[in-house]
Design a protein. Structure first.
Length: 222
């Protein structure tokens, strides 16, 4: 069992919810191992708060996995501010057809991401340490079809970081909460200045989750 790579016993955790098999398919064991790692290593290193551990599946792993519904087949993806791998790792497990770059500025988090990628044998994922707003990082990772993020920054600032990484026909897809429409209105000028077009709010995961995830898709227009 893959979970043993993380020095935990699968029996220490409840069985994955039924939605997990539908979302992750043949990578269900890897998803369970990642969940176990977040609950143990991630919590011990301070990446996951103690209150979040009992609801990791629903609030973190599953709701990140379903954002693949908004991403075209075979796309290249850059995950900005990946943290403990959310949404990048669940997305990689749900969509092995994607080529994903996890961008994380903090050393301890980027080290953890490297451990996860190696232990889960995610050959289609790479980890790059750096800040999205830095020219050196942009030169290193290039541009992608899709730039994702989750709980990184207000939408206007997020666009200034993400849009330079988006390819000419690509888009930024950010996980946001119920207030995203207010953010779109409030930050409209910053979004345009960053090269973004009209934002589209999309609900993903409705077929799998009691509470679908909300993402905003902002295409690059210049």
């Amino acid at each position: 069992m893959i979970a043993r790579m993380f020095h935990v016993k699968p029996s220490d955790f409840p069985a994955p919810p039924p939605a997990a098999e539908r979302i992750f398919g043949e990578n269900l064991d890897k998803a369970a191992a990642y969940h176990a790692s977040l609950a143990t290593v991630g919590s011990e290193r301070g990446f996951i708060g103690p209150r979040e551990v009992p609801r990791l599946w629903e609030r973190h792993v599953l709701n990140c996995g379903v954002i693949g519904e908004a991403i075209p087949e075979g796309a290249s993806v850059i995950d900005v501010g990946s943290g403990a791998g959310l949404p990048g790792i669940p997305l990689a497990l749900a969509r092995p057809d994607l080529q994903i770059t996890l961008v994380e500025p903090l050393l301890k988090r980027s080290v953890y991401l490297g451990e996860v990628v190696e232990q889960l044998q995610l050959s289609h994922v790479r980890v790059v340490r750096g800040r999205a707003e830095e020219k050196a990082l942009r030169a290193q990772v290039g541009r992608a079809d899709v730039v994702t993020s989750r709980a990184v920054a207000p939408l206007g600032k997020l666009c200034t970081w993400s849009m330079p990484l988006v390819g000419k026909t690509g888009a930024m897809i950010a996980m946001k909460g119920a207030s995203v429409r207010e953010e779109l209105e409030r930050d409209a000028e910053k979004i345009r200045a960053a090269g973004g077009g009209a934002g589209e709010v999309i609900q993903v995961g409705a077929d799998y989750l009691e509470e679908p995830s909300t993402v905003v898709r902002i295409p690059r227009v210049r």
